[in-house]
Design a binder for this molecule. Structure first.
Ligand SMILES: Nc1ncnc2c1ncn2[C@@H]1O[C@H](COP(=O)(O)OP(=O)(O)OP(=O)(O)O)[C@@H](O)[C@H]1O
Ligand SMILES: [Mg+2]
Length: 153
């Protein structure tokens, strides 16, 4: 199995892209909704990510070949949990980075139904560490309209 780990600020386009691929999608927002009924609930993060890893265990057992992991994954530490899971389970791990300009994310965010507060956007932007192949990914794809580039490890 290979994990396709999405990386990007809120409203950078991760979930829209994920929905266009013909692959199963594991989403942290969806897991928040399953556990608490509220996709914006940020008080259960460690449970959410623990459950996502358990679902990955089940997908691996079920023979799934490729799965998209849809969360912001903005820091090396957050991405490390997926890379470690892949290493421990003999799986591949790729990153897809939505390199959407901050202003575009902020505009799309303001115009959508689920608006992330401006101060939270600011905090996330300041915390953001761009993903690098050297973190342990087999492949890094950068989606920066109009061009998409791929590096292989
Ligand atoms: N390539 C695109 N061109 C134009 N609009 C887009 C594009 N990708 C996404 N959008 C729009 O931007 C908004 C946010 O997109 P999306 O939900 O995919 O973001 P996200 O990265 O999943 O955000 P979050 O981390 O908050 O879940 C949506 O209204 C979506 O329709
Ligand atoms: Mg999303």
């Amino acid at each position: 199995m290979t994990l396709v780990v999405l990386v990007g600020l809120p409203a950078s386009g991760k979930s829209k892209w994920a929905g266009e691929q013909r692959l199963p999608v594991l989403s942290s927002d969806e897991m928040r909704r399953i556990i608490t009924g509220d996709i914006t609930n940020q008080t259960v993060n460690s449970l959410v990510f623990r459950m996502l890893r358990r679902v990955l265990d089940a997908m691996l057992a079920a023979g799934v070949e490729r799965v998209i992991v849809d969360s912001t994954a903005l820091t090396r530490r957050e991405r490390r949990t997926w890379i470690r899971w892949a290493e421990l389970n003999g799986c591949g791990v790729e990153a897809v980075f939505f390199d959407t300009p901050r202003e575009v994310c902020e505009k799309r965010n303001r115009e959508r139904e689920r608006v992330v507060p401006a101060d939270a956007m600011e905090r996330l932007f300041n915390r953001f560490e761009p993903p690098r192949l050297e973190e342990g990914f087999d492949r890094l794809t950068i989606i920066a309209a109009p061009a998409t580039t791929t590096e292989r490890g």
